[in-house]
Ligand binder design. Structure first.
Ligand code: GDP
Ligand code: MN
Length: 349
């Protein structure tokens, strides 16, 4: 009768149940988006993509972080779209401001110089706070305390394919720590001393580097210089505990004290990538080639037709960046002995 149906519907609804019925329940995992209130509608696009392609099956939670309070509209609209629990956090001011050891006049002079040189985001203060926050603090936010895994989602992204398996469970079961979709070299003007600083750190702390790390992926000359290769961090499926590890916390602190987030324009992508490449063995890094991903201006689209058909991808393989000359994923495949899909040469330029 009608009453029975009501009860059943409630029990089956995503919000009522926090456990995935099959295969041992959910992982301690969440989506995380750093965003401004003004990012709402672009973020709505992203959420819709992620829910339709993945999360409607799994109902993972979503943590939203902001340097200001989220407004009611932001909370209302996003919580209606996410099939898991949503929570909204404000970033402590010390984590989104100039630390006391930074010479703000020197930092201002750098911004002016970078403005004249037209270096992307070179004149922006907020972008620097963002990069520093994503590098060193998001994983320490109390709203993330109970989670082991996260999937970072930015405004305006697209997911092209069905993700019909639990990516977090996959990471855990395969012993993976960091997952990516797209790689490319960083603009050198934004990181003039990042590598030298890193070299100082690893000279003082060689114990953090396992032998089978991916040094060769970030350096073409045995560690003398950085080739700029980085995992594009607007997409990350990764372990929070890696960023919480002694190696990474010490590394971040070392970088932070040198001031390069403000005296240069160090991005969280090269910082995360160098750390993952040096402090992890190479088998811990996962290339997600079957998700299909877009963030302006690059696409990841499975070039294997059978994958696109099986996963109902809605992307053009000609747009795939993976095997293009400028992509660092070619080198990743070589160093980790991954086999390229048949016919990849056709998509190389
Ligand atoms: P891009 O992808 O490098 O061009 O940089 P984005 O503008 O996409 O910023 C990266 C991430 O940080 C996105 O999730 C943005 O929503 C977020 N973000 C950037 N600037 C700010 C800011 O000033 N405040 C907040 N709360 N989030 C920001
Ligand atoms: Mn972005």
């Amino acid at each position: 009768d009608a009453k029975d149906t009501t009860v059943k519907d409630v029990a089956a609804s995503p919000k009522a149940s926090t456990q995935k019925p099959s295969s041992g329940g959910k992982e301690k995992a969440t989506f995380v988006s750093l965003a401004r209130n003004s990012d709402l509608w672009e973020l709505v696009d992203s959420i819709r993509h992620v829910e339709d392609r993945f999360n409607h099956r799994f109902h993972y939670d979503w943590v939203f972080l902001n340097d200001e309070e989220f407004n009611e509209e932001f909370k209302k609209v996003t919580s209606e779209l996410v099939s898991g629990k949503t929570s909204y956090g404000v970033i402590p001011n010390e984590q989104w401001s100039f630390p006391p050891w930074i010479d703000v006049d020197k930092a201002a002079a750098v911004r002016e110089e970078m403005r004249q040189k037209k270096i992307i985001y070179g004149d922006s203060i907020s972008y620097r706070h963002m990069c520093r926050y994503e590098s060193g603090f998001f994983f320490r936010h109390p709203l993330l305390d109970d989670y082991e895994w996260y999937w970072r989602v930015e405004p305006g992204i697209k997911i092209f394919c069905d993700v019909d398996y639990d990516v977090f469970k996959f990471m855990k079961e395969k012993g993976k720590v960091y997952g990516f979709t797209i790689t490319l070299p960083e603009y050198k003007e934004t990181i003039p001393t990042l590598w030298d600083t890193t070299k100082e750190f690893i000279k003082e702390n060689p114990q953090y580097l396992p032998e089978d790390n991916l040094m060769q992926w970030v350096s073409d000359d045995g560690g003398a210089s950085y080739n700029g290769c980085h995992y594009w961090s607007n997409f990350e499926i990764a372990s929070l505990d890696f960023w919480r590890s002694e190696a990474y916390l010490k590394y971040f602190d070392y970088l932070d004290k040198k001031g390069g987030f403000f005296y240069e324009r160090w991005g969280d992508a090269p910082v995360h990538s160098i750390a993952a490449s040096l402090f992890l063995s190479k088998d811990k890094i996962q290339f997600f080639g079957d998700v299909g991903y877009y963030h302006i201006p690059f696409n990841n689209c499975p070039i294997d037709e059978t994958v696109r058909a099986k996963k109902k991808c809605m992307c053009n393989p000609n747009d795939d960046f993976t095997f293009k000359g400028y992509s660092c994923t070619n080198k990743f495949f070589k160093l980790t002995n991954l086999q390229k899909p048949v016919g990849w040469e056709k998509y190389a330029d």
